[in-house]
Design a protein. Structure first.
Length: 212
């Protein structure tokens, strides 16, 4: 996969801090695209394939300090490789639209920035083992206090990163906006601090334009 086969489908990722509305908006967009006759696959990271879901439990549950930052990068990248091989690349090769809740930009942020400056390691491993970027990335931008209160109201077992609190979320928000600037060709920033329908309308318009 260092030279990934390019299918005719479209690979769209959603990024943003915890609680910014990614999964809500992915489901809304999937409904819209399916109504237009598109073949849509909805997936998420870490996870999305049986092996990657096993790794998800390792990185998001249990004592977080049992992994060093470097080991964590390897685990997220291993999960991504399996997800690419088993689900994403085959779906794209069949011409499907793949909507993925988080992808490599999350590793660039959470592992690359939050525990020291490991971004060069993340990028190097990405080039070596994944070797492809999304066609389009929707960044749902949101203030950390609102995002965190939304995320914490959800009560799931995967609370590893949400437990880091508002300070980390603020750094992640700034980092994601900087990434959007760095990868201007594929990023679209959407203001997530509005009602669900308004945000969904903006995302629909962006994606419809990209697919046209
Ligand atoms: P993420 O996947 O980014 O963590 P979710 O889609 O799970 O975010 O949303 C987090 C919580 O906030 C959910 O309970 C969801 O119903 C709610 N939510 C999502 N979007 C909005 C919005 N625009 N306004 C108010 N609440 C929202
Ligand atoms: P997710 O279930 O998407 O959380 P949320 O719905 O609250 O946004 O992701 C779980 C956590 O995993 C999230 O806090 C970010 C983290 N994560 C990383 O640290 N690195 C990664 O590469 C990915 C994909 C996620």
């Amino acid at each position: 996969m260092t030279t990934p086969p390019r299918g005719s489908g479209c690979f769209i990722t959603f990024e943003g801090i915890d609680g910014s509305g990614k999964s809500t908006q992915i489901n809304r967009l999937a409904e819209h695209l399916r109504a237009q006759g598109q073949d849509v696959v909805v997936t998420r990271e870490p996870g999305g394939s049986p092996g990657a879901e096993e790794i998800r439990a390792l990185v998001l549950q249990g004592d977080p300090d049992r992994w060093s930052a470097e080991t964590e990068i390897l685990l997220f990248t291993a999960a991504r490789r399996d997800h690419m091989e088993r689900l994403i690349e085959p779906a794209l090769a069949q011409g499907k639209v793949v909507l993925c809740d988080r992808f490599a930009d999350s590793t660039r942020m959470y592992q690359g920035v939050s525990r020291g400056d490991l971004r060069p390691v993340v990028d190097k491993l990405h080039r070596l083992m994944i070797g492809r970027e999304p066609d389009l990335t929707i960044l749902i931008d949101m203030d950390p206090a609102t995002g965190l209160s939304r995320a914490l109201s959800r009560q799931t077992a995967d609370e590893r990163f949400e437990a880091f609190g508002e300070d980390l979320q603020a750094r992640m928000r700034a980092g994601f906006l900087a990434l959007a600037d760095e990868f201007r060709d594929r990023f679209h920033v959407i203001d997530g601090a509005r009602d669900i329908d308004t945000v969904a309308g903006d995302i629909r318009a962006t994606v419809d334009k990209a697919l046209a």
